[in-house]
Write a protein that binds this ligand. Sequence first.
Ligand code: ADP
Ligand code: MG
Length: 701
Amino acid sequence: MDENSINIPEIFGSLVFNDEVMKKTLPEDIYVSLHKTIAEGKELDTSVANHVAAALKDWAISKGATHYSHWFQPLTGITAEKHDSFIYALDNGGAIMDFSGKELIKGEPDASSFPSGGLRATFEARGYTSWDPTSYAFIKDNCLCIPTVFRSYSGEILDMKTPLLRSMELINKETLRILKFFGLSDVKHVVPTVGPEQEYFLVDKRQAKKRRDLILTGRTLFGAKPPKGQELDDHYFGALRPRVEAFMQELDLELWKLGVYAKTEHNEAAPAQHELAPIFVAANIAADHNQLTMEKMKVIAEKHGLLCLLHEKPFEGVNGSGKHNNWSLRTDTGINLLKPGKNPAANKLFLLILTAFISAVDKHQDLLRITVASASNDHRLGGNEAPPAIMSMFIGTDLEQILSAIASGESTDNLTKREKMNLDVSALPEFSRDTADRNRTSPMAFTGNKFEFRMPGASFSIAEVNVVLNTIVSAELASCAERLESSPDPDTEIDRIISGNYLNHKRIIFNGNNYSAEWEKEAQSRGLLNLKTTVDALPYLTTPGNISLFSSSKIYTKAELLSRQEILYDKYAKEIIIEARTMLEMSKRLIIPGVLKFSAALTSALNNRKNIGFPCEGSAEYEILSRIDPLVSSMLRFADDLSAHVENINNIEGTVQKADYCAHTIIPAMSSLRNAADSLEELVGQDYWPIPTYADLLYGV
Ligand code: ADP
Ligand code: MG
């Protein structure tokens, strides 16, 4: 081996207190007990905690850690941590490094500054973090991070992780009920597996720092179209530029140390856009890992003189960034329940899970839309590249033929063979054609052995999305299980369920182009929801049906759902107000003054002409000035309007009303202001334009 080459298997997970380390450092009975908790979700025996704490501390110190932190995912959508050192004071003035089981199990961060959506008044600020042993502890920046869940003093959940774990238990339970009817009683545990593909932009940090909009809001609030966009499609999978390559190498290395299976890195469709895909893992681990991935992307980008943008739509007119949530179900015996196998038509278990999924998506379009709703993702959904705001599914023609044959009682014999792909080059291996071709425009595509949900935004936590997927599929599986359990002839019942689910919910299946205007019409005639914006979608979160779905499945209480809704409205309005204020500041202090300088230069040129007796009217200076002048006046007027609207928000009572006001008054006012500025950008001399342009940013690395 080359002496400079890195030994990846050795590095992989070197900062993680994983199963192998546990086995090495824990007494055998303790290890067995902890392993059960992790693998099967069995309740943790508290006496185990002291042993684990001691082993964790020694291991962490041996890796250079001095502090520990309860690492959790509050409702901000990002992670939180508060560092405590292992130091323990001795009476003689000395110190030892100590860490008890109690400190491992429970933490008490000051919870008052985390969003609770009215669940917890600030005077009862107490919230607890408690150890989540299902996710491995790891070391980040010399700090031992202990994954925890976060709840209020009175037990309401204040984080993203608890409902995710609950939903995983639920889907495990309901799937096991089904598997019994397929002779799979040996399966003890089923987990939803998730592989989130993460898209992001990298821009030059020095350029980006000159734009307050990028720094404060993560997206450009102004910017005329660059001469070259993505029309040549020359960026997708293109060769990496050296700085980007160095960034990706370091990112991979740091993620591998943390046990994240970073796998595929490539350029995306838009200039300066890239993607990282990890190998799938259990949903809760995937949620943790995705948070770490986003965090590392930001930190490592800075080291390479780059700024990593995770915003869903950093540049208007250029593809935005999503996070494709690939989801499937896997048994502890290694079966992927969404794998069609060689003969999908005869694979009744697969067809049952598939149609349960179809039914779940059709019945709960609203919830899926809500899990991807945010001010930032609104710019992406329904744009010309991302999936539209209408929920639909793609399953491919092969599977649809099979389902429709079963539903109409026809034979599926001719539909069972999977064709081989023949590339007509004898040196190339033959491979089976996927059961489903690609449809890049579908919001929820079956991609051979998993569903790829493409609506989530790049900056989102994937926890909520998977809570919803797990919960709605569980509800379907529960009703299938009830039918099977009470049927005298389960085999026939299985066929009935498959055809019933398909026939009742096939309106959600759409294999065509989701971006087309015809689809919007067609979807409407099929009765599908088209919730264009966050404020259109959010009211659905607390419909009686949804309250009952979540409370009966013990994922969220009604109060918890209401609080989440409140947080989402609040966040939406706050983000838009921050954007509006940033636009105002940039307009009044940068853009307008810059334009005025240019106008002044033109005016003085005109004066010079006049002084030497040259005609002014009809001169280039005159022409340009007369185009700029009305635009800059209207820009000023639009800024004043926006400013008045922003002030007015204080007079509006209620979070919902504030959010509606942002959607219907602030956003249009922002858009008028932007249009005026963008038109000016095309007229004002480069030396006078005070901020880097789209071309500077998109082609600056
Ligand atoms: P594609 O080209 O269809 O996007 P990949 O094989 O690159 O396919 O997979 C994309 C993502 O889907 C990866 O993160 C991968 O780990 C994930 N994935 C693959 N199989 C599964 C599965 N069974 N469950 C969840 N995610 C999966
Ligand atoms: Mg994909």
